[in-house]
Structures are given as C-alpha cells and as structure tokens.
Design a protein around this ligand. Sequence first.
Ligand code: PRT
Ligand code: ZN
Length: 213
Amino acid sequence: MQEKLRIAVQKSGRLSEDSLKLLKECGIGVPNGNNQLKINAENFDAEILFLRDDDIPEYVQDGVADIGFVGENVMLEKNKATDIVERLGYGKCRLSIALPKTRKKLAIKDLDGMKIATSYPFILNKWLKQNKIKADIHVISGSVEIAPRIGLADAICDLVSSGSTLFSNELYEFETILKSEAVLISGKKLSPARKQLLEKLLFRIRAVKKAKY
Ligand code: PRT
Ligand code: ZN
C-alpha cells in the first residue's frame, strides 16, 4: 500500500484557514470533514489530522503525524524533537513583555523581582536567564492580560498582533522577546516514501510563495 504523508493542521483557530488555503494552493484538496479528526486529502497521498495547536509538536515528534502547521511560538515553547522545514509567512505575531501604563521608563533590569504572568514559561524563562533577570513566572493558560489588574502579577508576557488587547487592558508593550509566524515542522524519522512526499509538498509551497512575493 502507498504510504501517505500525515499532515497536522490546527482544528479551529487562527492558523486553520490559512493552512488549509496554502494546501489548496499547492493543489491538495481537503474535503469538508464534518468534524472528523482525520480525513484523506484529494489529489495527493496525504491524510490531514485536525488537532489543537498545542498538541501538534508532540504528535509530530512521536510520529503520529509526519509534519504539522503550527506557530513558531508553540513549537519553541513545547521544545519537542522537531525541525522547522519551512517558514510560512502568515500568523505573524510577537511574544512580548507588557507592563501597566503606570510603570513607564523602566529598564530591562527593573524586571528583577517582578511576578510575570504568561502561558509561555519555557520561552520566557530562557529569555530571563539570557538577560540575567530573576523574576517569578506565574503560569496561566488564558486571559493573561487581566493578571496585573486583578493583582496576580506585575507584568505579563503574551502574544501581541495589533496591540489592541494590551491597549484596552491599560498595558503597554515593553519588550519583544520573540517574533513568530506559522512554520511547517517535521519529525526526525520520516520513512523514505514520506520524505519524498514532503519534498514534493515543499517544492509546491516554495512555488506558491514565489508567485506571491
Ligand atoms: O484551540 P487551540 O489550542 O488550537 O488554539 P489557541 O486558542 O491556543 O490558538 P489561536 O488559534 O488563538 O492561535 C494560534 C496561533 O496563531 C498562535 O499560536 C500564534 O502563532 C498565532 N497568532 C497570531 C496569534 C495572534 N496572532 C494573536 N493575536 N495567537 C494569539 N493571539 C491573541 C493573543 O494571545 C492576545 O490575546 O490575540 C490577542 C492579541 O491580539 P491583538 O491584536 O489585540 O494584539
Ligand atoms: Zn492552543
């Protein structure tokens, strides 16, 4: 039986539409699956797996999926054994430390001793270490932007795109610690047949990108 390339895509979220659109532009049809977890692609030996973005790096590492479309921020935070095989140019955002508007004119060193709320403890911890700052990381999974107002933290570290969420919570962007975009990640142990399918897909993705820019 012909092996299929198992492609993980975010089930429903900010990257879903653009990822499926890119596959379509590569000539790979994804039929409407009525909420199925797994579906056969059209015109390409591939299977599409619809997953939560947080699960994609681990599934790709473990070989449940061969490749996955995911935010670089998630890929780096999960720190699994996967490689970036292509940067995709959509889903752009930045991971930034933000402070209440009342605390202007601080230097990076002033973060020392602060309590910082985030859903990205791994990336933040690495950045704090690199900058020799000793701060307390408080992990929360959602609505990070309200933490300073309710007295849970002095600062936050969260994703920003337009900046309007920070603005409406009376916070300002103090320091960007990561610039992120959607990336295609691959596991390290693809069979030769699947590697060949990935090469074919990458060739098409690069052609689509070239036509756009
Ligand atoms: O359900 P699932 O777990 O799969 O999805 P999710 O809710 O965890 O993720 P989702 O769909 O919100 O985001 C998926 C990916 O999109 C992220 O991992 C990023 O790589 C990328 N992305 C791009 C963003 C944003 N822009 C973004 N603005 N992800 C989140 N945001 C949030 C941010 O957290 C903040 O709450 O939007 C708010 C800020 O937006 P602005 O425009 O007000 O600054
Ligand atoms: Zn998620």
